[in-house]
Design a protein around this ligand. Structure first.
Ligand code: IVH
Length: 703
């Protein structure tokens, strides 16, 4: 009887399932899939074929996507914790998914190679390391995890640390192998790009247009939109493909070089982004770039440049990473695409720091496959320099993800009577005076804490993707909540659940909101009650503190308590805390000033305390092996090193969890003294800080 019920249930389309039925079906699926996994993994004797197994998993995921509140703890999709509002579970990348530095011209490519040579301490007569040049595909990066040869998880890049679980959708992509042949490591994460060919894209769009459905702007958007479907059966109908070009976690090495690993990927059944060639000098790299650019239109897929990668993995390992990108690779981008359109208006945007930015409102136009309706004009000097006036015909340009820009005015198309643009001297939002300090390009609203535009922008920054990343809390809602005085500062966001519960507000009665969307929003907020220190610091929106600086600070200070104490003490320029701050590589006096100023403003402290009452800040784990003997130690390098460049020494020390400082103080643990060392070695002796020779350092650090 039970079997009959199950079979009947299974035939009901996911869209038509009632909650009770969904609950029952999820229970049955969890049990069934677990049993098949047992057959497969433990007994090596699958009871059903792959397609039938995948169908079970797909159905499970589709039901979970619709009834996120019913997801079981023992769900086969392996989700943990609360289901995020958008319906995709989050996946933490065990090896971060990083991005690439960009080169926009030949000189930048030359500098990339020169930097590698310097870093590796290569002599003028040494050949440069061989570089693999391959197309940069304009799609969506994705990590595919195989365990015991079976695809078990697929995740989007997300913020690089955490992506979305799109396993069910990726399983529908034909060019993604379900299984790897024998000989593949027990765990291997193949990374690459999900994309759509131009041909398939055009065909799909034509079909959509015919049916009166919205068309996609370009293949990239189409690929992204198709991969992020909550219902995998929709994804299955979209012509997605996958190129393998990188890897993440691997149980054992899969090769010695990129080119070797690519061959392995091909043997495993993956498609590769071609043409890829090995280059032994810069000329060969640039020739390949020129060749690819010329043939670009003939390629079946859209690309936005060529990626150069040092082929030898041992060298890659030595070169390591800067910030969030490898030192061993760079993307040589194709030139930006341009178009001509009419500038209908110039509006003023007020940023979170009060900066007034003129923005061009354009007659919408397609540039490089994207419809552009706005472009930044940067600041009033820029508008004056280019003499941009309302009514002008302008040339705009868009490069990659960069905000579109107005390049120039088409002078002979200026309408009669067009007036030069004048920047307002008052903030349109709060009426406060907008002033431009001597020597600065930016005019700022002086309304500070009373200016609603600034407050709303600060909140928007706080919830944005690289900060607290609260899904569903977009620009419009932030503004509405601000206007109704429900959210005036970040801590208020975390009180929203209580206010909804005690009836102070009923979001479900707001237009466009229902029980489910409100529940999702509150769940998305709850999911952020714990936040790693670097994102937390970035979210505070301190002037000049972007993601990279926030990471530096987090890595340096480790905990919010330490960071706060030090930055407060740093107000005294004579203090150790201040020297420590400016000693952090890449933090100059101007950034230091903004950091200090932030922690001196009583209102900021109030906002911070209020927020800390609701949020737990996760300390930053030191990078590299925690049990390294130099982890947590502060090291200063001085003089010329023999076996590695200063940059490599520094990078390696940091990988081992050490902090590298520029000058010697009482807090320094070791000073590594190379040849021709000067005052720093002397200072070390004076302060009684341990000095090490390069060899002693290598021994100590286990290099
Ligand atoms: S290698 C450590 N190779 O470009 C970096 N990335 O701008 C590993 N991309 O997030 C990436 N084509 O999504 C690499 N041939 C290629 C690529 C490629 C496209 C994407 C990738 C990455 C982004 C960085």
């Amino acid at each position: 009887m039970a079997a009959m019920t199950d079979r009947a249930l299974r035939d009901i389309p996911v869209d038509e399932l009632q909650a009770e039925e969904a609950r029952e079906e999820l229970r049955a699926l969890a049990e069934e899939i677990a049993e098949h996994d047992r057959h497969y993994y433990q007994e090596d004797a699958p009871a059903i074929d792959d397609a039938a197994y995948d169908a079970l998993r797909r159905r499970n995921e589709a039901i979970e996507a619709r009834f996120s509140e019913l997801i079981r703890e023992d769900s086969p999709s392996g989700r943990v914790g609360a289901a995020p509002s958008a319906g995709f579970a989050k996946v933490r990348h065990r090896v971060p998914m990083l991005s690439l530095q960009n080169a926009f011209d030949e000189d930048e490519v030359r500098e990339f190679v020169a930097r590698i040579r310097r870093f590796l301490k290569l002599g003028d007569d040494d050949a440069m390391p061989t570089v693999l040049a391959e197309p940069k595909i304009d799609g969506l990066s994705c990590a595919l995890r195989y365990e015991n040869g079976r695809l078990v998880q697929a995740a989007t890049r997300g913020d690089g640390t955490e992506g979305e679980d799109v396993t069910a959708n990726v399983r529908t992509i034909e060019t993604v192998p379900d299984r790897l042949p024998g000989g593949a490591p027990a765990v291997v994460e193949v990374r690459g790009e999900v994309y759509m060919t131009r041909g398939a894209f055009a065909e799909m769009n034509a079909g959509r247009a015919e049916r009166g459905e919205a068309v996609f702007a370009n293949p990239r958007n189409a690929a992204a939109g198709s991969l992020r479907q909550l219902d995998p059966s929709v994804t299955a109908k979209r012509p997605l493909r996958f190129f393998a070009y990188a890897w993440g976690e691997v149980a054992e090495p899969i090769g010695d070089s990129v080119s070797q690993i690519r061959r392995r990927f091909r043997q495993w059944g993956f498609e590769l982004n071609e043409p890829a060639v090995l280059c032994s000098d810069i000329d060969a790299m640039l020739a390949h770039y020129a060749h690819v650019m010329e043939d670009r239109a003939e390629l079946a897929f859209e690309i936005d440049g060529v990626v150069y990668k040092v082929d030898d993995l041992r060298l890659q390992d030595r070169l390591g990473y800067v910030s969030r990108a490898p030192r061993w690779a760079i993307a040589h981008k194709f030139p930006a695409e341009r178009a001509t359109t009419v500038l209908n208006d110039i509006v003023i945007q007020v940023g979170r720091t009060g900066a007034l930015t003129p923005v061009a409102v354009l007659e919408p136009i397609t540039v490089g496959g994207v419809v552009v309706a706005r472009a930044t004009l940067h600041n009033e000097d820029e508008v004056a320099r280019k003499d941009i006036r309302i009514g002008d015909t302008v040339v705009i340009q868009r490069a990659g993800d960069v905000i579109p820009q107005v390049v120039e005015v088409v002078a002979d198309r200026r309408p009669e009577g067009a007036e030069p643009f004048a920047m307002p001297d008052h903030c349109r939002e709060c009426g406060s005076l907008a002033v431009r300090p001597e020597g600065e390009a930016v005019r700022r609203c002086t309304g500070g804490l009373i200016c609603p535009a600034q407050a709303v922008e600060r909140l928007r920054h706080f919830v944005s993707r690289d900060a607290f990343d609260i899904e569903g809390l977009g620009e419009k809602l932030v503004r509405q909540l601000w206007d109704r005085e429900l959210i005036r500062r970040p801590g208020d966001i975390f009180r929203l659940r209580d206010r909804q519960a005690d009836g102070a507000v009923d979001l479900t009665t707001w237009e466009g909101w229902g029980q489910k969307s409100v529940a999702n929003l509150l769940a998305a907020i709850d999911a952020r009650r714990e936040m790693p220190l670097d994102r937390f610091v970035f979210a505070l929106g301190i002037r000049q503190v972007g993601q990279a600086t926030a990471r530096l600070l987090a890595r340096h200070y480790g905990t919010i308590e330490q960071l706060r104490e030090s930055l407060t003490a740093a107000a005294d320029r004579e203090s150790e805390a201040y020297s420590e701050l400016v000693d952090i590589e890449q933090i100059g006096p101007s950034v230091a000033d903004d950091l200090v100023a932030f922690f001196q403003e009583p209102h900021n402290i109030e906002v911070l305390d209020d927020l800390l009452a609701a949020v737990t800040v996760r300390p930053v784990e030191p990078v590299g092996s925690v049990d390294s003997p130099v982890a947590g130690k502060t090291v200063v390098f001085t003089g010329t090193l023999e076996t590695m460049s200063r940059s490599e020494a520094k990078a390696r020390a940091e990988t081992l969890g050490a902090k590298v400082a520029g000058s010697v103080s009482k807090k320094t643990d070791y000073v590594v003294v190379g040849g021709d060392a000067g005052s720093k070695a002397a200072k070390a002796r004076e302060l009684g800080v341990t000095t090490l020779t390069e060899e002693e350092w290598r021994d100590l650090a286990g290099l």
